[in-house]
Design a protein around this ligand. Structure first.
Ligand SMILES: CC(C)(COP(=O)(O)OP(=O)(O)OC[C@H]1O[C@@H](n2cnc3c(N)ncnc32)[C@H](O)[C@@H]1OP(=O)(O)O)[C@@H](O)C(=O)NCCC(=O)NCCS
Length: 164
């Protein structure tokens, strides 16, 4: 199949990624609560699909910020993960990812986790390469887009100043 030429800018909804998981006993701690590491793994995978769809390239996770475990998920819960790009810079992309839990017989969902992932698109030699810009459409996308620059600058300052 012929590859299309990469576009210069794309909207967040073009790469939005939604995945569904079910919490099984192997995913939980002795109290039957979903393990944090397992949830982050699912969120990282959804975020990677989102970043790679936007970049149309392989992208590696470079950082993970503001991770908050708000509520526990339990065995049998259905977990929906949504990953959406907020902004792209040069080679890096910020993805806002949130996870929601619900019981199979209850429509109500609760937000259990949210985080900002940063991915860097890499060429075949694992060197960073430029990605398309993000064109925010909705008011919410515009809000995330503007705030992403502050988060990026804060990360650059932190990177320059310390090791952790
Ligand atoms: C991703 C990686 C290639 C970047 O290398 P680097 O030497 O920092 O590259 P650069 O300095 O050119 O930075 C590339 C981009 O990453 C961003 N970046 C680097 N460190 C960052 C950090 N800690 N947080 C956020 N962004 C960061 C830079 O700001 C730059 O963004 P821009 O191009 O949009 O301006 C390198 O850090 C790496 O290989 N990390 C390991 C990735 C990995 O193994 N992930 C887990 C498996 S997927």
């Amino acid at each position: 199949m012929k590859k299309e030429e990469k576009r210069k800018e794309k909207t967040p909804s073009e790469s939005e990624t939604i995945t569904t998981e079910v919490v099984y006993p192997n995913d939980t701690n002795p109290m039957g609560m979903l393990q944090g590491g397992k949830l982050i793994h699912w969120m990282d995978t959804a975020s990677a699909v989102c970043a790679q769809t936007h970049a149309e390239n392989i992208a590696a996770t470079v950082s993970l910020d503001k991770v908050v475990f708000k509520h526990p998920a339990k065995i049998g819960d259905i977990i929906t993960i949504k990953a959406k790009i907020t902004r792209a810079f040069g080679s890096s992309m910020e993805i806002y990812t949130c996870a929601w839990a619900r019981k199979f017989n209850i429509k109500e969902t609760s937000l259990i986790n949210e985080a900002y992932f940063t991915f860097v698109a890499l060429d075949d030699n694992a060197h960073p390469i430029t990605v398309p810009s993000v064109l925010p459409v909705t008011e919410e996308e515009q809000h995330f887009f503007e705030q992403a620059l502050d988060r990026k600058n804060a990360k650059i300052n932190k990177k320059d100043n310390d090791h952790i």
